[in-house]
Design a protein around this ligand. Structure first.
Ligand code: 6LW
Length: 503
């Protein structure tokens, strides 16, 4: 979905916009598969498919059963599921990932990456986060984690073989050596890592050795990728994975952000997945600047069907794009109670609550709008833009009125209200980048309102977007736009999300 005209000969970057951090990619034949972190959201680990590295379609979520993913209510947002690695080995897909809120690192397998994925095999001896998975020619399975440390495992039992060993840890003194990936390329084993932290100092460095456990010799040109200390529109570049296309060319997927507004710049869509071509020079990868428009790759493109702008909730199962906070009990979220409607039964009394019943999708465009037809049916519920429990804006119907509510850190406020007749009402939010006003310019404005019977939109409140940015809220996620119930049983007939032209 794109609302902007594009220069010819280019394709847009990020290739997967919105909250899709820590990408890990693998190719099987002509098909690429990619997974991302999902933190406190259920289902967890979006799985995407592409035939050309440019166009991606979500085909499932690897962790879509409660037996695979527990996200305890006492664990904060931005806990949960961190940094998976996806690999194909011996005819099966393997996924290694850490749930920092429950039992640590696990291994899952699938024959079809769309699912079903196995129940998790626990790897109690694997320390840390950001596990990578690699096999050598003898079939030994190596897990490499942040730090950077490494341990062999038996992938059949989850047992670790020996003690974790420290490996090369990037540029001496650099913050947070993490996100390792280990590759056999030609006669070398390459150990690629992220360093500098996942903020503006983020970068990618690499070393190589003759064995999977080193010793590793650092690339003389490290970091091979960073946008730190530049004014480029793409920032925080790091946490990368490599893949080779069928034509022999190499590509990097990585996370980066698009800050907007004045100083210090606010990014509101979370960390997104970008693509960059990689050249090899003297046995080392060379990655140029990561642009917003990539030269079109030389192979035929395979556009994917657009996600429809409207979900009518006519099917029994929810599309994989829909995510909930920590859990989605079938008795609280159903399309069965009122056919053609999504019915939410409240648990937590507001979006401040860890058990709020919420069903949302990632905000993927800087300019966009969402609308939903809600029947509060004696309860209370509505449309929310959520960053975490402490940072959300929402418009809520119930009790004969519609009100706009804002939570920013310790502050909670009812910003506006209007009486409405009993029955269903269309609630909406329009998100538009803020017009420039020098260094004080914020990233965007979120206008919440009601769609009138004639189709016009009455704004009840326009709120600055910086308070729903990562630079304000902290954490690892991005905005999610969706429906929630705060009291009683609330019905939603449809949800529309569409990109709008940038002003
Ligand atoms: C992840 C780490 C990172 O574990 O952020 O950007 C952490 N990189 O590698 C959470 O996504």
């Amino acid at each position: 979905m794109s609302a902007q005209p594009r220069p010819t000969g280019t394709v847009p970057n990020p290739v997967i916009p919105g909250f899709h951090p820590d990408p890990s990619v693998c190719r099987v034949g002509e098909d690429y598969y990619l997974v991302c972190s999902s933190f406190e959201y259920f289902p967890g680990i979006p799985v995407l498919h592409s035939r050309d590295l440019v166009h991606w379609r979500q085909i499932g979520n690897a962790l879509d059963r409660p037996s695979q993913l527990r996200l305890p209510l006492d664990q904060p947002s931005s806990g949960g599921v961190f940094a998976p690695t996806l690999r194909h080995h011996d005819g099966r897909f393997h996924l290694i990932v850490t749930n920092v809120s429950d039992r640590g690192t696990v291994l899952l397998t699938a024959t079809d990456p769309a699912g079903p994925w196995s129940d998790p095999l626990h790897l109690p001896g694997v320390p840390g986060i950001d596990p990578d998975l690699a096999w050598d020619e003898d079939g030994t399975c190596w897990v490499t984690v942040n730090g950077i440390a490494q341990v062999r495992i038996d992938p059949a039992t989850g047992e670790t073989l020996g003690e974790p060993q420290r490996l090369w840890s990037g540029t001496p003194g650099a913050l947070a050596p993490e996100a390792p990936h280990l590759y056999r390329i030609g006669r070398w084993w390459y150990l690629m890592i992220a360093e500098g932290g996942t903020e503006r100092g983020h970068g990618v460095s690499i070393a190589r050795g003759r064995t999977p456990s080193g010793p590793f010799e650092p690339c003389p040109h490290n970091p091979v990728l960073t946008h730190r200390s530049t004014a480029r529109p793409v920032q925080n570049t790091g946490h990368a994975d490599l893949v080779q296309a069928p034509d022999g060319s190499w590509w990097m997927v990585l996370l980066a952000v698009r800050p907007r507004g004045g100083t210090p710049g606010w990014h509101v869509l979370g960390r997104e997945t970008f693509l960059a071509p990689v050249e090899w020079v003297d046995g080392w990868p060379v990655v140029g600047e990561v642009p917003l428009e990539l030269p079109t790759p030389s192979w035929p493109l395979h556009p994917v069907p657009e996600v429809p702008t409207r979900d009518d909730f006519d099917g029994a199962a929810l599309d994989p794009q829909w995510i909930s906070v920590r859990r989605r009990p079938a008795e609280l979220v159903t399309t069965g109670e009122r056919p053609g409607w999504l019915t939410l039964r409240a648990a937590g009394a507001s979006l401040d609550a860890p058990d709020v019943v919420f069903v949302g999708r990632r905000q993927q465009h800087h300019a966009c709008r969402a609308r939903t037809l809600v029947d509060p049916a004696g309860g209370r519920g509505g449309l929310a833009v959520r960053l975490d429990e402490e940072h959300h804006y929402e418009i809520e119907a119930g009790g004969g009125e519609v009100k706009v509510l804002a939570r920013v850190g310790p502050l909670r406020s009812e910003v506006a209200s209007r009486p409405v007749p009993a029955g269903a009402v269309v609630l909406g939010v329009e998100i538009v980048p803020e017009p420039p006003r020098g260094s004080r310019t914020g990233p965007d404005t979120l206008s919440f309102g009601i769609e009138e019977p004639d189709g016009s939109f009455t704004v009840l409140a326009a709120l600055g977007g910086r308070y729903l940015s990562t630079e304000v809220a902290g954490g690892f996620t991005g905005r999610v736009v969706g429906m929630y119930a705060a009291a009683g049983t609330v019905h939603f007939d449809r949800f529309d999300y569409e990109a709008t032209p940038l002003p």
